[in-house]
Design a protein around this ligand. Structure first.
Ligand SMILES: Cc1cc2nc3c(=O)[nH]c(=O)nc-3n(C[C@H](O)[C@H](O)[C@H](O)COP(=O)(O)OP(=O)(O)OC[C@H]3O[C@@H](n4cnc5c(N)ncnc54)[C@H](O)[C@@H]3O)c2cc1C
Length: 407
């Protein structure tokens, strides 16, 4: 990789995630772009680039997707793929920062995005173990029973189904000992690598070109946008969309966007777990929180133990201790033994104070767009990003664009 580049350059993850050893995660790519001019160049071939390509590929536009590594080689491969409308910051809490009506619109849009993503993947018949799930949000140190009651009311007022459970109901229905929980529907889980690869393969079938091992090193905004590449070739494009995950576009770097460290595990398959878990995603109102779900072959996928450091995830020693701690925490909660995980991996993770991503046209850079700053809802936010930016490029108005804009 070249040193001088227009996006940050970091190790995105450590160790091999479970998904790297699954089938149907490859995509046919080219080594060099076929053309010099494209209607749209998408930088990044993770889930956000894949959804962007899917939203724009209409058979008429010429679209190039480039990735300095290759398809599904970034953070999307590390994801635990709990696809939720429940974003990291509860609605009642988000309302205190951005106002009640706007917080409700963010949550409603997230719910539509999850529905839209499920429908898209099902419609394209992408084999990625997509399953509809309910979510169990447990009271924790950061948000206790009172906060969850307030949260369930806020969600109900916004028309989003949320069933509050007190400690007894939670114990009876799920065997979990916590002061309260919220149960909601609408979520999903999947194999994130298969989903991303499937979307890219579909975009390719609709004429998108995908080039691996090519980095965008510099840009000059305008009509057209001029892009410098690591091979020395210049590319021209009417529109450029940076879908570069946690390798932010440098002009957009600011103190609000932090990279923290996170860890995830996959247990051995065929674990004996409570039957309700095969239909649920579980997370908690704590900071850091632990979260978990199962796969169809009975593995437990769990994550958490976040640290406020952009480097900690690189430590090999931490990989072992964090993996063990996550397994123990989940085991305690479910009253069962998780055992030594088959896979433990770690990664950097983008975080913003509101938990909201930013997406839209980059201020001061005409025809250059970016989707950035995801928290734990990268898949949901990538869908919203693809919709908002596709509307901007198509000169249509998305009523929620200002909720997530850079301004
Ligand atoms: C451990 C972990 C667990 C997670 N769990 C969940 C979850 O349960 N649910 C959820 O919704 N989200 C989750 N996330 C978040 C989610 O995985 C990410 O938000 C999402 O994958 C980001 O996708 P992306 O396409 O933007 O980035 P990436 O997948 O990283 O793709 C960006 C690509 O851009 C390329 N690139 C960067 N700069 C350049 C350049 N200059 N030129 C060419 N190419 C470039 C990179 O090589 C990379 O391949 C999790 C993340 C982690 C790390």
């Amino acid at each position: 990789m070249t040193k001088q580049t227009v996006t940050a350059n970091r190790d995105l993850r450590e160790n091999r995630p479970l998904w790297a050893d699954t089938s149907r995660i490859s995509v046919i790519t080219r080594q060099t772009p076929r053309e010099r001019f494209y209607d749209v160049v998408i930088v990044g071939a993770g889930i956000s680039g894949a959804l962007m390509a899917n939203a724009l590929a209409d058979g008429r536009r010429s679209i190039l997707v480039v990735d300095r590594r290759g398809p599904v080689k970034g953070s999307s491969m590390a994801s635990t793929a709990m696809i939720q409308h429940e974003i990291d910051v509860p609605m009642f809490k988000l309302a205190q920062t951005i106002g009640g009506p706007r917080a409700a619109r963010v949550w409603q849009r997230s719910a539509r995005a999850v529905e839209g993503l499920k429908a898209l993947v099902q419609g394209l018949r992408i084999p990625c173990q997509l399953e509809a799930r309910q979510t169990l949000y447990l009271a924790g140190e950061a948000y206790g029973a009172r906060a969850l009651k307030e949260e369930s009311k806020a969600r109900a007022q916004a028309g989003l189904e949320a069933r509050y459970l007190d400690a007894d109901e939670l114990e009876q229905q799920f065997g979990i000992d916590r002061p309260a929980a919220i149960v909601s529907k609408m979520s999903a889980s999947a194999n994130p690598a298969q989903m991303t690869a499937g979307l890219l393969r579909d975009a390719r079938r609709h004429g998108c070109e995908i080039v691996a091992g090519l980095e965008i090193t510099d840009l000059h905004a305008g009509e057209p946008v001029v892009l410098a590449t690591s091979s020395g070739q210049l590319l021209l494009a009417s529109h450029v969309v940076f879908c570069t995950g946690y390798e932010f576009l440098k002009p957009l770097a600011n103190r609000q966007h932090r990279i923290i460290s996170t860890w995830a595990i996959a247990s051995t398959p065929g674990l004996k777990l409570p039957p309700w878990l095969s239909e649920a995603l579980v997370w908690e109102g704590a900071d850091p929180y632990v979260y978990f779900r199962t796969t169809p072959d009975g593995r437990l996928i769990a994550g958490g133990e976040d640290e406020d450091s952009s480097e900690a995830y690189l430590s090999e020693a931490k990989l072992k201790t964090k993996g063990r701690t996550i397994a123990e925490k989940v085991g305690d909660l479910l009253h069962c033994a998780i055992g030594s995980p088959d896979y433990v991996w770690s990664a950097g993770f983008g975080s913003t104070p509101t938990g909201l991503p930013m997406m839209g046209e980059v201020p001061g850079l005409k025809n250059v767009y970016a989707v950035m700053g995801y928290g734990g809802n990268g898949f949901t936010f990538s869908k919203i990003g693809a919709e908002i930016i596709a509307a901007l490029i198509g000169k249509k108005r998305d009523p929620d664009a200002e909720l997530f804009s850079f301004r």
